[in-house]
Design a binder for this molecule. Structure first.
Ligand SMILES: Cc1cc2nc3c(=O)[nH]c(=O)nc-3n(C[C@H](O)[C@H](O)[C@H](O)COP(=O)(O)O)c2cc1C
Length: 207
């Protein structure tokens, strides 16, 4: 089994989402000795900008038109990133909350790989998924809490978690599981980290 492990916190060893993902992957490794883990850290990957050149390549690809050398190079990079999704049996994503959403580098990756005929189909009317991935785990982490003290209009994890659930389903993930961890920057942080790790170990049993 091959897990695509997407890291979207730049905080390395200080990151709560990384720590819980690592605990989950270690627990998976204990039950799958032949497990392969492909770690895609969006901060280390030197992702190309999704700029006018990338969009030009995208539209020429869809139209079957020849790309110039720069567009072809960008498209090759996009295809290589998408291939890492195509080769995965499962996906794990650690997601810090940033301004009620998720880090822009994760969206950059999503915009790069979400290409027609690579991760999904579109026949002019309907979309269809191209991946066949049974399960994904998304670990959502935030400093604040969703209790009353955080403000009655706090949206909790809805902006980041609902979009990522939708996107993963859209490209062909059958079931998206969530771990939600709050209070990472206050006195409850050690307890919430331990709770998150315990949930991760439990979820690894039948991943
Ligand atoms: C740029 C930035 C924006 C943040 N925005 C929020 C926020 O909107 N709500 C919140 O509860 N925490 C917010 N935080 C706190 C992080 O969610 C928290 O530190 C979390 O532990 C980050 O995940 P990590 O430990 O995996 O890096 C923000 C942190 C940063 C750096």
């Amino acid at each position: 089994m091959r897990i695509l492990n997407i890291v979207s916190s730049p905080r390395g060893a200080r990151s709560v989402s990384n720590a819980i993902a690592d605990t989950f992957l270690a627990a998976c490794r204990a039950t799958h000795p032949t497990l392969e883990i492909d770690t895609l850290n969006v901060w280390d990957e030197h992702l190309p900008d999704f700029d006018s050149q990338a969009i030009g390549a995208k539209y020429k690809g869809v139209a079957g038109e020849p790309m110039n050398p720069a567009e072809a190079a960008t498209w090759a990079r996009i295809a290589a990133l998408a291939q890492r999704f195509q080769r995965a049996d499962r996906i794990v994503i650690g997601v810090p909350m940033w301004n009620f959403g998720y880090p822009y580098k994760l969206k950059q990756l999503i915009d790069l790989v979400s290409q027609r005929n690579l991760l999904f189909t579109f026949d002019g009317q309907a979309y269809g998924p191209l991946l066949k991935i049974a399960r994904a785990l998304v670990i959502h982490v935030r400093g604040q809490s969703h209790d009353k003290a955080a403000g009655g209009d706090s949206p909790g994890f809805s902006h980041q978690a609902d979009y990522l659930d939708f996107w993963l389903t859209f490209i062909g993930v059958g079931e998206v599981r969530r771990i939600l961890v709050e209070h990472t920057w206050d006195a409850l942080a050690p307890a919430t980290l331990e709770q998150g790790k315990a949930e991760a170990i439990a979820l690894a049993r039948d991943f």
